[in-house]
Design a protein around this ligand. Sequence first.
Ligand SMILES: *Cc1c(COP(=O)(O)O)cnc(C)c1O
Length: 331
Amino acid sequence: MAAFGSVFMPEMAISWFDGEQWSGTNVVPSDSLQLHPGAHVLHYSSTCFEGLKAFRHEDGSIKIFRMDRNIARLAQSSQLLSLPEVDKDLLADMIKTIVARFAADVPARPGSMYIRPTHIGTEAAVGKAAAPSLSSCMYVLLSPVGDYFAGGDRALRLLVDDEGMRCPPHMGMVKSGGNYAGALMPTLKAKAEYKADQVLFCPNGDVQETGAANFLLIDGDEIITKALDSSFLHGVTRDSILTLARDLGMKVSERELSVDELLERAAKPGTEAALSGTAAVLAPVGTLIHHGKDIAIGSGGVGSTTVKLRKALNDLQWGVSEDKFGWLTSI
Ligand SMILES: *Cc1c(COP(=O)(O)O)cnc(C)c1O
């Protein structure tokens, strides 16, 4: 099967900001983006993006999961990057327009339609290293995706890095390209040296997140995860899982988690850990690698609470359970 996110629908929604106003929603071929090679984004990384999904329900209807949250986050990322202000109503229209156009192509469970809104600075001005792009472009790509766990539900290995940072502290809340490029080198090194799947960045011993997912520790009936601050990405999946966990009667502790406490709790039987993000929802973590040593989390396998929480969110997304928090948008 094709790798996640490598297949695109032939058209995308696009809108341009000319320095004064946004053009309306246009639908154009997905490979028809024309940019000046001097465009701000290509030199100074004025770019941010989002990832969300549309789901096909049993009755054939198509629902977009927590669209308002992702639009708000793109607007926030844009503001923090000094990009032109996002028109939220316009972006909602762009997303709904393009999903409706390809509604027939939204895969059935366990597949879905991954939606990738992107905002880039387009002004041709290589002299603007320290000034914002006055013009910009937003586009929304669609990529049909299959079962994330088609290859089996494998517990991941994380290298615990208690020094390195994923990105500069003031960029943590920005879903921006440069942060990912910056996390590549340590991640590839961890793969080569420790067969790690991801790096868990814990600067000064503070457990933050991996390159593209939030980290949750599950100890019996309690979920422990870092409280929101500006140093890391505020995942929509994180928020959704915590909301569902509270609803299921679990205790949710949003607070600081140190590497010392993490390692201490990891060794206890019954402890689980997981990574949360739109693509996988919850991916189980089985092993931590710290100072060259493997430390199994609980049994070291796929945790039952992780699977239960993932199913609870999946069932809501696919309309099997009630949308009790109003998270689904009809197109
Ligand atoms: C996208 C992302 C997440 C997960 O966010 P979701 O909204 O749950 O998909 C977490 N951390 C980083 C760094 C991310 O880029």
